[in-house]
Design a protein. Structure first.
Length: 95
């Protein structure tokens, strides 16, 4: 039961890796990935709390952690500032 759950989480969080970002409901989720990364650790904690009652919850939590690490690896480069390229014009916005 853990595999379909983790596959569903992966489809929602990583649609571009699965080439599903061409379809409209999943394309918007790529922009929401940083917010989904905040929710995934909460989901892992809930799964670990349910581990005594639900069979496979620990396995599902481990799968969600893998999805979390892959998604964090994809978001991390966008959080770092890069130097401005030399020789370009500065952007002027007319208000």
């Amino acid at each position: 039961m853990a595999l379909p759950f983790v596959a569903g989480v992966a489809v929602l969080v990583l649609p571009d890796l699965l080439l599903l970002d061409r379809f409209t409901p999943l394309a918007q989720l790529v922009a929401l990935r940083p917010y989904l990364l905040v929710a995934l650790p909460v989901l892992v904690l809930v799964l670990l709390l349910l581990a005594r009652r639900v069979r496979g919850a620990v396995l599902a939590a481990a799968g969600v952690v893998v999805v979390l690490l892959v998604a964090a690896g994809m978001v991390a480069p966008r959080t770092m500032a890069v130097p401005v390229p030399a020789g370009g014009r500065t952007l002027t916005v007319a208000a």
